[in-house]
Design a protein around this ligand. Structure first.
Ligand code: 16G
Length: 241
């Protein structure tokens, strides 16, 4: 990850260090979601950092969605996971950035012949081999999403190259996706999904389909995810044309 360093000392800049420190506080649950962060003034006095530095660190974390600010009331640890839609990140990276530890439970991690539906989604000819991963994704041991990924075996030859993170495995194979198309739909979770995600049947879920591409236009993954609607917000920055 690219981090700005102070050219004189080669240390990460103070506000970035503070941002990481606050991330760790959130990750270790030292302050629970929904609870207030100490005031800007208290932070700057305890940490011996300028108010400007503290404000900058907080602003960055608000933008990332880890903190929320209520006018006049202060800054709080976000209760929901707010995920920017425009960044092509992996589940693992995303949780690590929030200081939460990611984990996956696999139901399926195998290789087989492509189905007609998969061959359409991945632009593969009939008879091609694909790797299939079916996982429940956890953050701090809480189930957050269910994911079914299909990847051409020409890109990922062995399903066991994926330990916890698909994107980490792809990165090692020089096949990290560079662009993706994503569709998000509201669904109510069926009995099996609800059981896996520890919510009640019929709870709201976000069904997200992602097709990711390599630079040369090949499709690297077709992933269908069900994220918990009671936890996730997906946000995007919009601009006029
Ligand atoms: C995210 C992606 C999913 C991708 C996965 C890889 C969304 C909606 N989906 O969950 O398409 O396959 O990350 O994560 O963000 P991993 O590298 O941790 O396996």
């Amino acid at each position: 990850r690219r981090i700005c360093h102070d050219p004189a000392t080669h240390q990460p800049l103070a506000y970035l260090r503070l941002r990481q420190a606050i991330r760790n506080i959130i990750g270790h649950r030292d302050i629970e979601p929904g609870q207030a962060l100490p005031s800007e003034r208290d932070l700057s006095q305890t940490l011996k950092l300028s108010r400007v530095t503290v404000r900058k660190a907080i602003a960055g974390l608000v933008e990332e969605g880890l903190l929320t600010q209520r006018h006049g009331a202060g800054t709080f640890i976000a209760e929901r996971i707010v995920k920017p839609m425009s960044r092509l990140t992996s589940f693992t990276e995303d949780l690590r950035e929030r200081g939460l530890s990611p984990r996956s439970e696999f139901f399926e991690r195998g290789i087989g012949e492509v189905t007609p539906e998969e061959s359409m989604a991945l632009n593969l000819s009939p008879g091609s081999l694909v790797v299939r991963l079916h996982r429940v994704r956890y953050g701090q041991d809480e189930p957050l999403a269910i994911e079914r990924s299909v990847v051409p075996a020409s890109v990922l030859p062995d399903p066991h190259l994926v330990r916890d993170s698909l994107y980490e495995a792809l990165e090692k194979l020089n096949a990290r996706p560079r662009r993706a198309l994503q569709r998000l739909r509201a669904v109510s979770l069926n009995a099996q999904q609800a059981r896996l995600l520890h919510v009640s049947v019929g709870s709201a879920g976000l069904n997200i389909e992602r097709r990711s591409f390599l630079d040369d236009g090949r499709v690297v993954e077709f992933t269908c995810s069900w994220y918990r609607g009671d936890i996730y917000d997906f946000v995007a920055e919009l601009q006029t044309d």
